[in-house]
Design a protein around this ligand. Structure first.
Ligand SMILES: CC(C)(COP(=O)(O)OP(=O)(O)OC[C@H]1O[C@@H](n2cnc3c(N)ncnc32)[C@H](O)[C@@H]1OP(=O)(O)O)[C@@H](O)C(=O)NCCC(=O)NCCS
Length: 199
């Protein structure tokens, strides 16, 4: 596809990488090999996009981010400053990260999930559409993002409270509100989320 864009001299692009129309690449950006961008994507300064990443149309990848190898990012995704995404992840359309988040390897974030600042999502977790993780309390004070350990499943439209830790392999049903940390993996549902059974 024909492009109208400039790669600053401080940034590098690996072999086989392609760009759609009107992408904007910041300073000191490192783009690996065989990365494929759609149209009108922005990559801000100091970000690293590793080999084989696919980024669809209209995405904004903020400063100091890392996108791991072979991760696929669908359209209209915004990942703000210092979001680190592991290898082989799937980030669906409309996902937002408010920055300083770490997303492990092989994580799926489905449509319109919102990951608030300071969240840590373990490898192999599956976050369903419109999940929100919180960081602020009701006074607007930063409490810290959620810690979602490996292999968790969080159902559609659930909210994970600020500073909450979820044990590895925890299952949260759709439309739950998790208000306390979960130390023992199991299936939890409701508002507030309560245990209903072991795995
Ligand atoms: C929580 C969940 C995993 C439980 O599945 P399950 O173990 O097969 O549970 P069951 O369907 O047997 O339901 C057990 C009970 O919990 C209730 N229940 C199930 N899910 C619920 C939910 N999300 N909220 C409130 N109650 C729920 C059921 O009505 C049932 O109640 P009953 O015993 O009074 O009849 C599942 O219902 C769920 O919410 N999955 C999320 C699905 C999703 O978001 N998918 C998106 C994919 S992109």
């Amino acid at each position: 596809m024909q492009t109208t864009m400039i790669i600053p001299p401080s940034s590098t692009v690996g072999a086989g990488s392609t760009f759609g129309h009107q992408c904007v690449i910041g300073q000191n950006v490192r783009i690996g090999a065989n990365v494929k961008f759609g149209n009108m994507c922005v990559v801000e300064d100091n970000t690293v996009i590793q080999d084989g990443v696919i980024i669809d149309h209209f995405c904004i990848i903020g400063e100091d981010c890392v996108i791991g190898s072979r991760t696929k990012i669908r359209s209209h995704v915004e990942l703000r400053k210092k979001t680190v995404v592991g290898d082989d992840c799937y980030i669906d359309s409309g996902v937002k990260s408010s920055g300083l988040n770490r997303i492990g390897n092989r994580v799926t974030l489905r449509y319109d999930a919102i990951i608030a600042r300071g969240c840590d999502i373990g490898d192999d977790s599956y976050i369903c559409p419109q999940v929100m993780t919180n960081n602020l309390d009701h006074n607007g004070k930063e409490v810290g993002g959620a810690k979602i350990l490996t292999g968790c499943f969080i159902g559609t439209n659930s909210t994970i409270g600020a500073g909450i830790t979820l044990a590895a392999k925890t299952v949260i049903g759709s439309k739950a509100m998790v208000t306390r940390s979960i130390d023992v993996a199991g299936v939890y549902i409701g508002v507030p989320a309560k245990w209903i059974r072991d795995l």
